[in-house]
Design a protein around this ligand. Structure first.
Ligand code: NDP
Ligand code: GDR
Length: 348
């Protein structure tokens, strides 16, 4: 028996199954990432047929997706390759496309700025072009979601940040996201596409990559508690972020594509905490109160330019979409630490 990827690769340009059953179909780019996996779970519960764009010839996360999300049909493609995106849209004929793929690690974007511009910025244009070229049914155009980011606000001009707050990105990643956001608005206005941008503030979970500060902290706290690690080495502890739970945020993505009109929405909790406070609460979960003795700062984790304060006002999403977050900040920290304690204990 061929595995799902091999089966799709050998299937040629034929349209993939799904529409026959009359179920809605979604194509998710970034399926192996944190948000792709939460969104896939949500859409599966709603009865969607789900296709996930997978990059690379032997992607190490293939097995994880096949094991934990076996209902996802994997389709090969890359945001840097327009023809692969046209092929993916042609073969899957989705009702909805969620463009979650990106180089998403801000620190890395300073060292690989051109790659970031190509994937995170121009990649959005390629995905929009693929949809425009293939086209949808006249009475049912393909709906498009772009993963915009609070990083676009950067050196904030207004607090809290709302949909109209001017952008002032502080990293190559932020600059690329501004392009992705603007081109999405432009395709909506130029071609009448049903294209939405969710300006999402930081959202975390037990599926967050270890390179991001929250998971780096919760994983280290778990390992320190279990005696597997001596210290937690961080960069700047002062920046403030508006941190929510990823499982709550993917619901907003879906809601945006169910409206009568396409639009852009800020999705945030309205609360902001310093990195230092995340660290304190994470150590608190395992009963360590003298946390400062375990934390060391290293300049190598400082960024050439920093985003000091983010806090969003998601009144529009709450009013128009009926969205609201469920998981509080203390519950988010607890959930992540407890997950990492369980995983690290099992690996001991
Ligand atoms: P992740 O870093 O967890 O996932 C990124 C995904 O993009 C991975 O699946 C990765 O695939 C894929 N990818 C990277 N390069 C390419 C490429 N060239 N072609 C196709 N796929 C590619 O990000 P998140 O899930 O956290 O975020 C999802 C989206 O939301 C991103 O666009 C991010 O910038 C944005 N965002 C995230 C926020 C957050 O707090 N999480 C907040 C605001 C916006 P692979 O695994 O194979 O490398
Ligand atoms: P961010 O997330 O840059 O906000 O982007 P990250 O977790 O990387 O950083 C948050 C803040 O913590 C500070 N920090 C450190 N960060 C990391 N990664 N590692 C450290 O050791 C460390 N020490 C301090 C950072 O300087 C920063 O101020 C995330 C990503 O998911 C983006 O894709 C998304 O668009 C935004 O959130 C909203």
């Amino acid at each position: 028996m061929l595995d799902p990827v091999a089966r799709l690769l050998s299937a040629g340009p034929a349209v993939l199954p799904g529409s026959l059953a009359g179920m809605p179909k979604a194509l998710i780019t970034g399926i192996t990432g944190q948000d792709g996996r939460f969104l896939a779970d949500l859409l599966y519960e709603k009865g969607y047929t789900i296709y996930g764009l997978l990059k690379g010839q032997n992607n190490p996360k293939t097995e994880l997706i096949q094991r934990e999300h076996p209902y996802v049909e994997l389709v090969h493609g890359d945001l840097c390759d327009l023809s692969s995106l046209i092929g993916a849209v042609e073969r899957t004929r989705p009702d909805e496309v969620y463009n979650l793929a990106a180089i998403s690690f801000v620190a890395m974007s300073f060292n690989q700025a051109e790659l970031t511009a190509n994937v995170t910025g121009t990649g959005v244009l390629r995905m929009l072009e693929a949809i425009r070229i293939v086209g949808g049914a006249k009475d049912n155009p393909i709906r498009f979601y772009q993963a915009s980011s609070s990083e676009m606000f950067g050196k904030v001009r207004q607090t809290p940040q709302i949909e109209q707050t001017p952008f002032y990105p502080r990293s190559p990643y932020g600059c690329a996201k501004v392009f992705g956001h603007d081109i999405t608005v432009n395709y909506r206005e130029s071609y009448g596409m049903f294209a939405c941008s969710g300006i999402l503030f930081n959202h975390e979970s037990e599926r967050r990559g270890l390179e991001f500060v929250t998971r780096k902290i919760t994983n280290a706290v778990a390992r320190i508690k279990l005696g597997l690690q001596d210290e937690l080495v961080l960069g700047d502890l002062e920046p403030r972020r508006d941190w929510g739970y990823a499982g709550d945020y993917v619901k907003a993505m879906w809601l945006m594509l169910q409206q009568d009109q396409p639009d852009d929405y800020v999705v945030a909790t309205g609360e902001t905490y310093q990195v230092r406070e995340f660290v304190r609460q994470a150590f608190d979960v395992v009963g360590i109160t003298d946390w400062e003795r375990y934390v060391r700062q290293d300049p190598k984790f400082l960024r050439p330019s920093e985003v000091d304060l983010l806090v969003g006002d998601s009144s529009k999403a709450e009013t128009v979409l009926g969205w609201k977050r469920e998981v509080s900040f203390p519950d988010l920290v607890r959930r992540m630490v407890e997950h990492d304690l369980a995983v690290e204990s099992a690996n001991r």
